[in-house]
Design a protein around this ligand. Structure first.
Ligand code: FMN
Length: 173
C-alpha cells in the first residue's frame, strides 16, 4: 500500500524504527557460501532464539539485501555473535566493501559455514524455511552446531552500537 498520512492506521516507518530501537539487541554477522566455498555475509541484529526442541533460530533479512539470494532453503549458514570489540566488523559487513572477508581471520564450521574469529558465540545450521514478511523475509534455521566463547558481546540500541560495560542487575532468569 502507498504511504498515506491521512490513513488513521498509517505507521510512519521512521518513527517505527525509532520506537523499535528502544529494544536492545546484540549484533551478528550471518554467513553462508556461494559456489560451495566463496564466503558471503551481512550484519544482522534481528536474530532470535525460537525453539529448543527442535533447535531453531530466526533472522530477518531485507528483501533488498544483495546477499539474500545466497541464503536459500537447505543451505548451511552461521550466525556469528560479535564480541564487544567488533564494531568495525559490524560496519564492514553492513558496508559497500566488495570482499568483506579480505584480510579477516575466519574458519569454517563442520557444515562449511564461515565462522569469524573473535566472536562471543556462533550458531550454525541449515535454512529450514523462508517466510515472506513485508519488506523483509524471515529465515528459520535448524541448528546443528554451536559454540559459546568467553567474550562479552557487542550491543545495539537506538541505532548505536555499545560496548558491554558489565553492569548487571541482580535478577537472574
Ligand atoms: C547494527 C546493524 C544491524 C543490522 N541489522 C540488519 C537486519 O537485522 N536485517 C537486515 O536485513 N539488515 C540489517 N542491517 C543492514 C545490513 O547489514 C546492510 O544493509 C548490508 O549492507 C546488507 O548487505 P548486502 O546488501 O550485501 O546483503 C544492519 C546493519 C547494522 C549496522
Amino acid at each position: 500500500m502507498d504511504d498515506n498520512w491521512t490513513d488513521p492506521g498509517y505507521i510512519d516507518p521512521v518513527a517505527l524504527r525509532n520506537t523499535m530501537g528502544a529494544f536492545p539487541t546484540g549484533v551478528t554477522v550471518i554467513t553462508t557460501t556461494t559456489g560451495g566455498t566463496t564466503p558471503v555475509g551481512l550484519t544482522v541484529s534481528s536474530f532470535t532464539s525460537v525453539s529448543l526442541k527442535p533447535p531453531l533460530l530466526l533472522v530477518c533479512v531485507a528483501r533488498t539485501a544483495g546477499s539474500l539470494p545466497a541464503f536459500r532453503v537447505g543451505k548451511h549458514m552461521a550466525v556469528n555473535v560479535l564480541g564487544r570489540d567488533q564494531e568495525s566488523v559490524a560496519r564492514l559487513f553492513a558496508g559497500r566493501s566488495e570482499d568483506r572477508f579480505a584480510g579477516l581471520d575466519y574458519s569454517s564450521s563442520a557444515n562449511g559455514s564461515p565462522l569469524l574469529a573473535g566472536t562471543s558465540a556462533w550458531v550454525s545450521g541449515f535454512v529450514e524455511r523462508i517466510y515472506d514478511a513485508g519488506d523483509h523475509v524471515i529465515l528459520l534455521t535448524h541448528i546443528e552446531e554451536m559454540q559459546r566463547n568467553d567474550k562479552s558481546p557487542l550491543l545495539y540500541h537506538s541505532g548505536t552500537m555499545h560496548d558491554w560495560n558489565e553492569a548487571a542487575l541482580t535478577y537472574e532468569i
